[in-house]
Write a protein that binds this ligand. Structure first.
Ligand code: GDP
Ligand code: GDP
Length: 480
């Protein structure tokens, strides 16, 4: 799917959804960031909430332009209404975007004069080494371009006048984005030619992420990517535990206590941005929650991002030492399960970094999850599985169609992905698709891994028609 990063390595196959470059949209409120986001993500403006009751992060999407895939984030607006713009969080906001993104799109409202907040943001962006595109939105007609060029007065070299609402100038902007994306994929850590498992520790501030790393990094070797153009801050750590190797991603970023603004939502937007960066690079995402605080909306959001990117995942309930007794801990687990029901396959590990309880269990769970994520079922195993599934429950007739399944095959690992051939893929009911998925899980384990099954039309030889996969079974989220 992505052309960005697809090395062929049978020994340790790389995730099909390998890291995508990240494009961040920054700007003050109401300039049209979310309209542009939807336009680039090719989403309908009226977003249909197909997953009832769930606040999904609609500010993050993967998309393509001219055949190149990338991830796009609307960072939320910075607050322009402060006496001292530097304190308004603009600086933090813009710096976070510069730090995490490969390309920054600065958006202003071309139909109204440039204001101080724009000036502050542009000053910071011009000094950064990251590629930045300066875009004046709401230039709905060529006549409006003159006003849009107001942005030149801030000293930028090139301004893109666009209309997010009407689609004007979007093609040019997309071409410019693609042109500025990194030409080379990020170098991923390996040793003796073998790719290493990459683990991201994500979660809200104070969940205990840096305490955990301090505990396990004792003997760690730091891996610094010092090629030109890479952020030296992104320091991964190679940890050997029980003779096995794990790379913990961006440990410096976690341990460097960020002094972010007090504005709650700003902290959240920026926290999510750095989580996105880590999730892109990870095989296994560990979402660390503070069990004494309970699982938060942001925890759910981050887990949702990992789920959408088809990463393996583990939920850690840290600070279990603060929980009175076993019964209370079981209750907390149950609550977490409810809240994160959309990823019911993700194991929950109670842990206390403070006492050390559960740390070994987390490493065991990472091993188990890794095994599932990279598992390749043999043809024999799959055939036997498939026969049994059909014997127990063949696909039900839909209307006048009697869908048949011919065979199932595993097309990739990380995550385990299957293709089932049918005479009528459209007629295989959603509930049956879910059934097949659950059976695969039951048979092969896949603890903590998303499992994808694509249904494809079988016709004459060499004549196959692709059918959109049903991602719904695992995307169905229920509110806890
Ligand atoms: P955000 O707060 O920066 O995310 O801004 P929104 O995307 O919510 O847009 C703010 C308002 O500007 C909405 O009423 C949009 O319909 C409007 N808007 C966005 N893009 C354009 C545009 O290109 N032209 C015009 N005329 N209005 C726009
Ligand atoms: P981070 O922001 O996620 O990196 O969180 P920190 O590692 O800085 O931890 C935040 C606070 O929680 C610190 O005061 C830690 O000492 C404390 N903390 C971390 N883990 C535990 C734990 O297992 N039990 C208790 N009681 N406190 C913890």
């Amino acid at each position: 799917m992505t052309k960005h990063f697809r090395p062929h390595d049978d020994a340790f196959p790389v995730a099909e959804d390998a890291p995508l470059p990240l494009v961040a949209i920054v700007g003050r409120p109401n300039v049209g960031k979310s309209t542009l986001f939807n336009r680039l993500a090719r989403r309908k403006l009226a977003i249909v909430h197909d997953e009832p009751g769930v606040t999904r992060d609609r500010h993050y999407a993967t998309t393509t332009a001219f055949g190149t895939a990338y991830a796009i984030v609307d960072t939320g607006g910075f607050d322009p209404e402060s006496d001292d713009p530097m304190k308004a969080g603009i600086a933090d906001h813009v710096r976070a975007a510069i730090k995490e993104a490969d390309v920054v799109v600065f958006l202003s409202d071309g139909s109204s004069p440039v204001i101080d907040a724009d000036r502050v943001a542009v000053d910071l962006l011009r000094r950064s080494k990251k590629p930045v595109l300066y875009v004046a939105n709401k230039a709905d007609s060529p006549r409006a371009d003159a006003e849009a060029f107001d942005l030149y007065r801030l000293g930028v070299d090139e301004v893109f006048p666009i209309s997010s609402l009407h689609g004007r100038g979007i093609g040019e902007l997309e071409a410019a984005i693609i042109e500025r994306l990194p030409k080379e994929p990020p170098r991923e850590p390996e040793e003796d030619g073998e790719k290493l498992l990459r683990v991201a520790i994500v979660g809200r501030p104070n969940a205990g992420k840096s305490s955990f790393l301090n505990r396990v990094l004792g003997e760690a070797r730091m891996l610094v990517d010092d090629r030109p153009g890479t952020t030296r801050d992104a320091i991964d750590a190679l940890v050997t535990h029980d003779g096995k190797k794990y790379v913990f991603i961006d440990t410096a970023g976690i341990r460097r206590k960020s002094k972010v603004t007090k504005a709650e939502d700003a902290v959240e937007a920026l926290g999510v941005l750095s989580a996105i960066r880590s999730i892109e690079r990870a095989h296994v995402v560990v979402v660390m929650c503070d069990v004494s605080e309970g699982v938060s909306e942001q925890d759910a959001k981050i887990l949702g991002l990992a789920h959408d990117r088809a990463r393996a995942m583990i939920i850690v309930l840290n600070k279990s030492d603060l929980i009175r007794d076993k019964k209370a801990l079981a209750k907390a687990e149950e609550h977490a399960r409810d809240k994160l029901a959309f990823a019911s396959y993700a194991p929950i590990v109670p842990m206390s970094v403070k006492s050390g309880r559960g740390v070994a269990e987390l490493f065991r769970t990472i091993d188990e999850v890794r095994t599932g994520y990279f598992h390749r079922a043999t043809t024999g195993e799959l055939n036997r599985f498939f026969e049994q599934v059909l014997d127990t429950r063949p696909p039900p007739t839909m209307g006048s169609r009697a869908p048949r399944l011919y065979f199932i095959t595993q097309t990739s690992v990380a995550p385990p992905t299957f293709v089932a051939m049918s005479n009528a893929p459209e007629s295989i009911h959603f509930s049956y698709q879910r059934y097949v998925q659950n059976q695969l899980r039951k048979r092969f384990g896949f603890v903590g891994s998303p499992v994808r099954v694509f249904y494809r039309q079988k016709r004459g030889r060499g004549e196959e028609k692709r059918v959109r996969p049903s991602r719904r079974p695992e995307n169905t989220r229920t509110k806890g």
